[in-house]
Each structure stands twice: as C-alpha cells, then as structure tokens.
Design a protein around this ligand. Structure first.
Ligand code: G
Ligand code: G
Ligand code: MN
Ligand code: NA
Length: 252
C-alpha cells in the first residue's frame, strides 16, 4: 500500500481528491465555511478511508507533499467560493508530521500568495494534543501562523489528555468539540454540560467554538441554545465534491 501511495504522489497526486464538508453559523444555520477532507482512490483496492491512508502517509513522510497539495488545492477553491460567499473560510487538517517539517510557515505564506487569499479565510486544524503547554515547538509555530493572520483550530477537542486549563493560554482561534460529545446528547447531562462549559471557557478567552457531528434536527434543537459559534455535521451536509458543494450551498 505504501508503494502505491508513493506512486500516486509521484504521478502528480493521482487518485487523491478532496471533499468539502459545510460549516454553518450556529445561530443562522447559514454555510460560512468548509473543511477540506482528503480521499484516495487506488486502482487495486478502490477507495480507502483517510483513517487508513493518513497514518501511512505520516509514517512514510509522504504527508508532507500531500499536505502541501491539500493546502494549495483547498486555498484555490476558497478563493473561488469567496466570490459567491464573501466571508467564506476554508479549514485544512495538518498532520503532526507537517509541524515537525521545516518550512511550514513559508509554505502557508506561499499558499496564500498563490491563491490570492486573505489570511483570515484560511483555518489550519491540529489535534488537541499538539496544544499542550510543554510542546514549545508547536506553540511557537501556531504563534507564527497566527501572526500571518491565519486562524488556528484545535481539532477533536475533549478526546485527548489535555485539561480544560489548556484553553487559558491556548494559541487557538477556534476549538472544535469532538463528535463524541453529541452522540448521547439527549440522554447524557454530562455531554450537554461539557459543551456549555467549553463554550463559556472559550468565549472568556476569545476563542470561537465549533461543534462537530450534529446529525439530526433533534440534536441541533438540543444544542441550539448553548452559545456555539459554528456547527459541522451530516445534518447540514456530508463531505461533498466541489461542484456538489457549490450547487447545494453557494448558488441557492
Ligand atoms: O473524512 P473523514 O471523516 O473520513 O476523515 C477521517 C480523518 O482523517 C479525520 O480525523 C480527518 O481529520 C483526517 N483527514 C482527512 N483529510 C486530511 C488531510 O488532508 N490531512 C490530514 N492530516 N488529515 C486528514
Ligand atoms: O478529525 P476530524 O474532525 O478532522 O474529522 C472530520 C471527520 O468527521 C470527517 O471525515 C467527517 O466525515 C466526519 N464527520 C463530520 N460530521 C459528521 C457527522 O455528523 N457524523 C459522523 N458520524 N461523522 C461526521
Ligand atoms: Mn478536522
Ligand atoms: Na474533529
């Protein structure tokens, strides 16, 4: 599989593509952005999930060129979509391997320049674990990225080992609460309280909050009055091809 991935990359990222999942304003339900999600198709095994191929890309270091490709591609589309929706933002997942590679900040500068994109319209997502207070390298990078005007999001919040205290000094603009906290929302008072607390703590330090994984109207109803800023979930849309996304959300 690793060899097939390597061939794909060498053949101009053959078989790689991106899907875009809408992110809505929690109050109005209007689409305000998208998260770019990688897909890989190989002739031999068909479509593989990112859960299968991202770890292999990380292990081999191929995530570095693929990650750069994702950034360029998503940024170009963001530029186009801002003509249809002026404040549109595009979120891109970064791997820990990309943080450990020199040249991430210059890459982001180059991506913005090439796409002609205002920095604030780009959001880079990193899993919560890289925001730990003792990870000086990552925190330093996040500071540099934010100095460019690019937004930084803490992904999968609530699933790692960091404490809520990390929010106090966090170099993040957005916290994305993991979808584990919505699954039992109608029966678990803990999950509802957790979401409310995270919103309150984040707003206290100027961080916006996105809740992931809202799948039903009932779930949306329950979280409606929790003060969330953004929602991302199948209720509003699954990850879609660019044309599908545009037709469904930007040209209505
Ligand atoms: O799209 P899906 O929900 O199947 O994605 C599964 C996981 O793969 C998610 O955790 C997501 O963050 C990760 N992922 C998807 N695309 C990318 C990408 O371009 N880069 C990195 N590093 N992770 C990605
Ligand atoms: O780890 P990360 O948050 O980047 O993962 C994003 C993944 O979560 C995407 O691959 C997407 O398919 C998935 N996802 C987004 N919304 C929902 C949802 O409402 N339900 C489920 N089951 N998965 C979702
Ligand atoms: Mn993500
Ligand atoms: Na997430």
């Amino acid at each position: 599989l690793m060899e097939l991935l390597r061939d794909s990359v060498e053949q101009g990222f053959k078989g790689f593509s991106l899907r875009y999942q809408p992110q809505v304003d929690a109050v109005t339900g209007q689409v305000v952005g998208a998260e770019a999600l990688a897909r890989w198709h190989c002739d031999r095994f068909g479509d593989l999930s990112p859960l299968e191929f991202i770890p292999l890309l990380e292990e081999s270091g191929l995530i570095v060129p693929v990650g750069a490709w994702v950034l360029h591609k998503a940024a170009a589309l963001c530029k186009r979509w801002r003509a249809l929706c002026p404040d549109f933002t595009m979120s891109v997942n970064l791997s820990y391997r990309q943080l450990d590679e020199d040249g991430l900040v210059p890459l982001i500068v180059n991506v913005l320049q090439e796409a002609g994109l205002p920095p604030g319209s780009l959001v880079v997502e990193m899993t919560e674990s890289r925001f730990a207070e003792d990870d000086e390298h990552a925190r330093n990078l996040f500071d540099q990225i934010r100095e460019l005007g690019v937004q930084v999001a803490m992904d999968d919040f609530g699933t790692g080992y960091s404490s809520l205290g990390v929010l106090k000094s966090s170099p993040a603009d957005i916290v994305k609460i993991d979808r584990a906290f919505i699954r039992d929302i109608r029966t678990s008072t803990f999950d509802a309280t957790f979401i409310r607390f995270v919103v309150e703590l984040c707003h206290d330090v100027g961080i916006s909050v996105c809740l992931e994984g809202v799948e039903s109207a009932e779930e949306y109803e329950v979280v409606n009055d929790m003060g969330l800023d953004y929602i991302q979930g199948f209720l509003f849309g699954r990850p879609l091809l660019p044309d599908e996304f545009e037709a469904k959300f930007l040209k209505a």
